[in-house]
Design a protein around this ligand. Structure first.
Ligand SMILES: Nc1ncnc2c1ncn2[C@@H]1O[C@H](COP(=O)(O)OP(=O)(O)OP(=O)(O)O)[C@@H](O)[C@H]1O
Ligand SMILES: [Mg+2]
Length: 277
């Protein structure tokens, strides 16, 4: 769940890439982008001659393409009610039925469903099946809007500047601190996608449109302290050491082991970064 542009697809792909299913396909289907009457054949496929206009040889369907891997059902909130019923059956029974066939075919896929709607509200409004909602909601993940993770803006800017300049074969622009500050104040209605697009514009033109940041679309306060520290490797190391220490409740031996360093080295880092155990 997350607003548009918060990285739902990137995140779903990452879940797949870091899973045991990585050597099998990752297949995405945007339920909002295909005509409702085609969703069933896109998902479950059809046999040759299943209907007029059916392709010769039939169509495998996304579920079978993704067998052993991951299927991402994007904009699940757009799925029509009758398809929700069919999807629920697939999840419960682990089988699909292609159009024009009576055979049930077992499939093994991880389903990642994404939405920028409030599905709970959709359930209350009677537009989304409650039982399917609970079936899908076994591991809910929320991607926060960029305005709620402003701390990450400098890192993302740095990443996109490098990445996009390289891709477009352009010189890396230097983004002055005063502009970085404005970027942090700005509230990014289009989230990470908007930031990425703005950086591309900066790389291409060497400037930021004068009217991009206005009083209305920015917060008054800079909520994040942007000394350049957060771009440094040390900053990342410090954050990571803190994370691991938290995980092991401050236990030095276990934390050092997890970090793959000696206890003394960990003590030195704790002192260097002034971490309070
Ligand atoms: N953590 C990230 N690091 C780098 N780039 C990212 C990250 N998250 C998202 N992006 C980039 O931001 C853009 C939007 O991401 P993505 O398409 O995953 O968002 P979305 O939530 O699926 O949006 P929508 O709801 O509009 O489909 C993409 O170009 C993606 O590459
Ligand atoms: Mg998406």
């Amino acid at each position: 769940m997350g607003e548009s542009g918060t990285g739902k697809e990137v995140f779903a792909q990452s879940i797949h890439n870091y899973s045991g299913r990585v050597n099998r396909p990752f297949v995405a289907l945007n339920c909002g982008a295909i005509p409702k009457q085609l969703i069933e054949s896109e998902l479950f496929g059809y046999e040759e001659g299943a209907f007029t206009g059916a392709k010769k040889g039939g169509n495998l369907g996304k579920f079978r393409l993704a067998d052993g891997g991951t299927i991402m059902l994007d904009e699940i909130g757009e799925m029509p009610m009758d398809m929700q019923t069919k999807l629920l059956r697939v999840i419960q029974e682990g089988v699909i039925t292609t159009i024009g066939s009576s055979k049930s075919i077992p499939i093994d896929v991880r389903i990642i469903a994404a939405t920028n709607r409030d599905l709970k509200k959709e359930v209350e409004a009677g537009r989304f099946r409650k039982d399917l909602y609970y079936r899908l909601n076994v591991l809910p993940l929320f991607l926060p809007p960029l305005r709620e993770r402003k701390k990450d803006i400098p890192l993302l800017v740095e990443y996109f500047v490098k990445n996009i300049s390289q891709k477009l074969n352009k010189k890396e622009p230097v983004i002055l601190k005063k502009y970085l500050k404005k970027m942090i104040k700005y509230n990014w209605p289009g989230n990470i996608r908007e930031l990425e697009n703005l950086v591309e514009l900066i790389v291409n033109t060497g400037s930021i449109p004068a009217d991009y940041f206005t009083e209305e679309n920015c917060d008054n306060e800079v909520l994040v302290d942007i000394s350049d520290d957060c771009l440094k490797l040390d900053y990342v190391e410090k954050e990571h050491v803190i994370k691991v220490l938290k995980k092991f409740r401050g236990n030095i031996t276990h934390s050092a082991e997890a970090l793959g360093i000696r206890r003394n080295t960990l003590y030195n880092k704790i002192e260097k970064y002034n971490i309070k155990i």
